[in-house]
Design a protein around this ligand. Structure first.
Ligand SMILES: C[S@@+](CC[C@H](N)C(=O)[O-])C[C@H]1O[C@@H](n2cnc3c(N)ncnc32)[C@H](O)[C@@H]1O
Length: 315
């Protein structure tokens, strides 16, 4: 560990990350908006897509606008696989029989609903009203065992809105959008039971440059993503992406202890032909391969998402 000129403590011992990315975490921790500007300046890049704020949208509005599209695409095989893999990997390590589950940024609740028969209680929360509405509709048609509660809240407001504690908190693909990642992790910690598990999934920064090249022959964006951790997203807003080492650094700094980490979708996201993925036998084989790659070097380093499981450090 070392102290930066700004007083932020950086994790430098994690060999998964090159030095190039070290300061990104520090700046992000202090002021995400300043960091976006700095990164753009450093990279000499004018982003073609504006942030929600620059567009005059609040983030909730940006996610509200995408709720229908999001809901309509979660069960496509290549998306479903991401959720099933994550679920299987968490279950490997969760030793609580009937956990009290909280999902923060639940979107349409697809992933939350995978816990319906295993959880004692389910609390699904999101900053977007429209996303939450689709989640509520999903649970209406599901029935199922657990008591379900929905909360409209920003991650920062949750400790005042729900009591907890929770045995399992899912924070999946949300840290990319929050104003202050460190503060969000501290807020979540207040809700975690002493032996509880935080499951954090995030876009793997290292995978970013591959996507525009593979899908759109767009080498300009590939170069941009080599330099810049900020990517354009289908929500019409930018996302801040991290390497797994950076996420571990943020977790360590906010009082968590990381127990396991995996790559999620190391192959499927780079297979441009979606047709075979609808075939159940092909899907099953793909899932087996993905589970193997999830923990195998070097494949997991280029996975589209990373999954990091953590507990409270003093537990
Ligand atoms: C990329 S989607 C992920 C949804 C779901 N977790 C999944 O993986 O399918 C991000 C979700 O986080 C929500 N979100 C964004 N910022 C948030 C914040 N500050 N607090 C709570 N939820 C937020 C959005 O409304 C959206 O539903």
């Amino acid at each position: 560990m070392e102290a930066s000129s700004t007083g932020e403590v950086l994790t430098t011992t994690d060999t998964e990350d090159g030095d190039v990315h070290k300061n990104v975490v520090s700046l992000q921790a202090r002021d995400p908006k300043a960091q976006r500007r700095t990164l753009k300046r450093q990279a000499g890049i004018e982003c073609s897509l504006l942030s929600a704020e620059e567009l005059g949208l609040d983030p909730q509005e940006a996610f509200d606008n995408s709720a229908e599209r999001w809901n309509g695409t979660r069960e496509l095989p290549w998306n479903r696989l991401r959720y099933e893999l994550t679920h299987d990997l968490i279950r490997r390590h969760l030793d609580i029989e009937r956990p009290r589950v909280l999902e923060i940024g639940c979107g349409n609740g697809y992933e939350t609903s995978l816990w319906i028969n295993a959880a004692a209680t389910i609390t699904a929360s999101d900053i977007s009203v429209k996303m939450l509405e689709t989640a509520e509709q999903r649970f209406e048609t599901l029935g199922g065992g657990a008591k379900v509660e929905f909360i409209h809240s920003d991650v920062m407001g949750l400790p005042g809105r729900t009591g907890g504690p929770f045995d399992l908190i899912l924070f999946h693909n949300v840290i990319e959008y929050v104003e202050d990642p460190l503060a969000s992790l501290r807020s979540i910690k207040q809700l975690l039971s002493p032996d509880g598990m935080l499951s954090l999934r995030h876009i793997n920064r290292y995978s970013n440059p591959l996507i525009p090249a593979i899908y759109e022959d767009d080498l300009e964006t590939t170069v941009k993503y080599l330099n810049d951790a900020i990517i354009n997203t289908s929500f019409g807003i930018e996302a801040m992406t991290f390497t797994r080492g950076q996420i571990k650094g943020l977790l360590n700094k906010t009082g968590y202890s990381v127990s396991h980490s995996y790559g999620v979708i190391s192959l499927t996201g780079y297979m441009t032909n979606n047709e075979p993925k609808y075939d159940p036998a092909f899907y099953a084989q793909l899932k087996e391969i993905e589970l193997r790659m999830a923990e195998t070097f070097p494949y997991r380093e280029l996975s589209r998402f990373s999954l990091v499981l953590a507990k409270k450090a003093n537990a």
